[in-house]
Design a protein around this ligand. Sequence first.
Ligand SMILES: Nc1ncnc2c1ncn2[C@@H]1O[C@H](COP(=O)(O)OP(=O)(O)OP(=O)(O)O)[C@@H](O)[C@H]1O
Ligand SMILES: [Mg+2]
Length: 251
Amino acid sequence: MEALRVERLRKSFGGLMAVKDLSFSVEQGEILGLIGPNGAGKSTVFNLIMGTFRPDRGRIFFKNREITGWPTYKIVNEGVARVFQIARYFPHKTVYENVEISAIPNEIFRRADQTELKTMTVCRRTGLCGDEGCGEGSCLCRVQWPGMLPQGGLRRLEIARAIGTDPELLLLDEPFAGLSPHEVDEMAHLISDLRREGQTIVLVDHNMRGVMGLVDRVVVLCFGEKLAEGTPEEIMRDPKVQEAYLAGGGV
Ligand SMILES: Nc1ncnc2c1ncn2[C@@H]1O[C@H](COP(=O)(O)OP(=O)(O)OP(=O)(O)O)[C@@H](O)[C@H]1O
Ligand SMILES: [Mg+2]
């Protein structure tokens, strides 16, 4: 079944067409790589899907239901979550509290202990409790502030905040950017674990090599247009893609 479908999406900023008649779909349970050189329009596509921007033209469907023009909170409630290219968090709340905000169930009458259980599960799941597992009240996630986390920890916090909303579709914008090689490995593990658990993911990266082993299919964007679509192997062999990347600075 299709999780997401975008049809002929278009978005201009003044005279610049950032996304031009873009169509693609994402099947439930797959990881789709959305790849392209800097400025190709990748983050704009996420902003369109999340309702941050309204498309000039085109339509967006989530599980066959049209969500074009919906406000962001409604799209989140429907089951879509995104992780920003630049980490966003509440600096004066602990790591635990940052996750708790997104994990609070929507239903008014849910009990507080359910929120706690869910928050702890999400923190543990994303490696925010340290190597020893979760020490409950004294756990790392309850005593650390986001500012104390290394870059990889901040990214995992972002993912925790996103999966706290129980998304069916998770949009990850350059989750590997700025990470050390060790942190890149940790992040790749987390993403493939999420996928194994059935999470549908769109993974944006400007660098194709980094995501080759993770994604099922790839859509390549260049100047807002779809340049190619296929398996990672097909994409790596595609002369059009190689040319675009040579012009834009390496695969
Ligand atoms: N809010 C905005 N106002 C004006 N122009 C914008 C806005 N957002 C994006 N753009 C422009 O649209 C184009 C696509 O930008 P976008 O951020 O989507 O690219 P990207 O593929 O995510 O790039 P990067 O790999 O650098 O993150 C760029 O030329 C950018 O300058
Ligand atoms: Mg971007």
